[in-house]
Design a protein around this ligand. Structure first.
Ligand code: TPP
Length: 274
């Protein structure tokens, strides 16, 4: 187990790796990767405790990144754990690379599922959780969705079905950074009142600051012990978190930083690590 201070440091180091990988690829999605990285760091290091040794164990906890375009954050975690090398991380989005711009399970089985066509990953996670129940396995299934992704109808079908099957082995995390590709969620298609909707769909709901490791820990602890209903952690986050010129700026949804921007971003992040 890592201390919350250690995790915070690792997450900021991973932010640098994300920026470097996107810069090398000259394309990709920084905003939604930086908003998600604190939660992914906690999840992979302290919750499901993924290592190279347990990565393909049939009884492992599963994680599905339904908002697949945020995958640079997941690759950065994988590189840190040793599932891929740091060199491979710099092959992001290259032709023939295992680490494609959206998760390709066929190329890299550690991903658990291919995703990126928004709305589908949560249904896959529901299926995995049902399989876990039917097979009487103890593994848990975690799934991260985006707020823009919540505008997809298939998400609501999955929201309907998981409580019906009492999938208390399923924990969904909403990376609620308030924006999607076309602008702010409230302007594109508002999803509020989100918690009320989920409660009405019979979910166990938790609401946290998705950059506060104390709150992240407490939410995952609560989710693990809650019985009879699936849990959703509504995590309030900031798109582009910790790179000042990217924070809350929609232009950084899906473009890579140039040389100068990369240098600036790394300088800012290094200050947070010292
Ligand atoms: C079915 C589908 N429609 C449209 C897209 C294009 N698209 C890519 S990212 C995105 C916005 C996603 O927003 P959100 O889920 O909030 O992600 P985040 O802000 O965390 O990056 C859209 C519409 C897609 N990938 N899949």
């Amino acid at each position: 187990m890592y201390s919350l201070q250690e995790l915070q440091k690792i997450a900021n180091e991973l932010r640098i790796d994300i920026i470097k990988a996107l810069h090398a690829a000259n394309s990709g999605h920084p905003g939604g990767s930086l908003s998600a990285i604190d939660i992914l760091t906690y999840l992979f290091f302290n919750e499901i405790k993924r290592t190279k040794e347990n990565a393909l164990d049939p009884n492992r906890d599963r994680f599905v990144l339904s908002k697949g375009h945020g995958v640079p954050a997941l690759y950065a975690v994988f590189a840190r754990i040793g599932l891929i090398s740091q060199d491979e991380l710099m092959n992001l989005r290259q032709l023939g690379s295992r680490i494609q711009g959206h998760p390709s399970f066929q190329d890299l089985p550690y991903l658990e599922a291919s995703s990126g066509s928004l709305g589908q990953g949560l249904s896959i996670a529901v299926g995995m959780a049902m399989a876990g129940k039917l097979d009487k396995k103890d593994y848990r299934v975690y799934c991260m969705i985006g707020d823009g992704e919540t505008q997809e109808g298939q998400i609501w079908e999955a929201f309907l079905s998981a409580p019906k099957f009492k999938l208390d082995n399923l924990c969904v995390i909403l990376d609620y950074n308030k924006s999607q590709i076309d602008g702010f969620i409230k302007d594109v298609l508002d999803i509020e009142p989100y918690i009320n909707k989920l409660k009405a769909f019979n979910w166990h709901t938790l609401e946290i600051d998705g950059h506060d490791f104390e709150q992240i820990k407490s939410a995952f602890d609560k989710a693990k012990t809650f019985k009879e209903k699936p849990t959703i952690i509504v995590a309030h986050t900031i798109k582009g978190k910790s790179v000042s010129f990217m924070e809350d700026k929609n232009e950084w949804h899906g473009k890579a930083p140039n040389d100068k921007e990369t240098e600036l971003a790394i300088k800012e992040l290094e200050k947070l690590i010292k």
